[in-house]
Design a protein around this ligand. Sequence first.
Ligand code: SF4
Length: 410
Amino acid sequence: MKESVLEKLSILADAAKYDVSCSTSGVNRSNNKVLGSATSAGICHTWSADGRCVSLLKILMTNYCVYDCEYCVNRISNDIKRASFSPEEVAELTIEFYRRNYIEGLFLSAGIEKNPNHTMERLVKVLLLLRNKYGFSGYIHLKAIPGADPILIKQAGILTDRMSVNIELPSENSLKVLAPQKQIDSLYLPMKQIREGIEESVFENQYFKSTPKFVPAGQSTQMIVGASPDTDLTIIKNTQNLYRGFNLKRVYFSAYVPVNQGSNLPSIQTTPPLVREHRLYQADWLLRFYKFDANELLNEGNPNFELDIDPKMMWALKNMNHFPMEINKVSYEELLRIPGIGVRSAQRIIRQRRIGLIQYDDLKKIGVVVKRAKYFITCNGKYEGLKEMNENGIREALVPINKYEQLTLF
Ligand code: SF4
């Protein structure tokens, strides 16, 4: 590899590490006499020590950017080493890495070099080279550039597997303060276009199998947590709206890593709020799979998740009037509300109940985390929680005495 390319690679791979929306699941495409394949089980992930996915070649095409988002290391006002790949270089790197078995796909993003259209054109060129010149059929996740021409977004959507448009900040207000060159509408517009493109493509594929698939692995977005004063309530409400409005596959949360000084930013010494990020991912799970609504989890009087307990436990403790629930009687939806019972164990309970009554001793085998669930359930009338079922007692029994230590990110 040429030294200049190597140097660019080290700059641009490093610049990409702040973007967390690079999951790789969801696409099935067999190796049909072309190079590479993708499977719905996802590209085999490996995770670096900092928890980031490393099985994709994850790079920025350029870290030049004409925007000046306050929180971003690549903003125009920062004096950092800059580099740009040519489309040919990105395509060659991907193929070379793929052939050496270093990677199984590509995650490609870019700063706004000159303007959105110029940047998006170069990204599309990479896709054209990979798909058409090299016949690469592996997984590609592309960042769509807000403000780019819809024709370019459409072209990219046919060539890529997943696309994402990063919302970055959880509220319009924060966007105005920290990224004034970005307008909320310019972020929503490509998201809407991608959603409609996916729907059309799914519909057309029912009748014409040869119709090219549009963004077959769906779209995702990312929100930075902790760069702005937005509460968890704002974040999960926005998350819910994004899932509902744009049919997103995933909303990723990225704990803010302070890289810049600024009067609108947290202090440069702030540690990335990793536990908060984790709680938001748990809440996201509750929205997607446990039929919770954002407004049930938090409210204006209680706008943030507790860091010591997970959001489902927090909800249960605030809603003790729902408990204890009798395992042999309550509905599937109610089972999902019990701490210690997940989707799988709730399904197993429903199946098992068709055969006969579930006994307390069966719960562990079914997959229930009894040490958490026992405070909230009866099984055949038997309660094995505290003598007196109350919020404080359960809290004391569950919250670890030694608080966790915040780890560093990079
Ligand atoms: S547009 Fe993207 S790369 Fe450019 S400063 Fe803003 S966040 Fe950073």
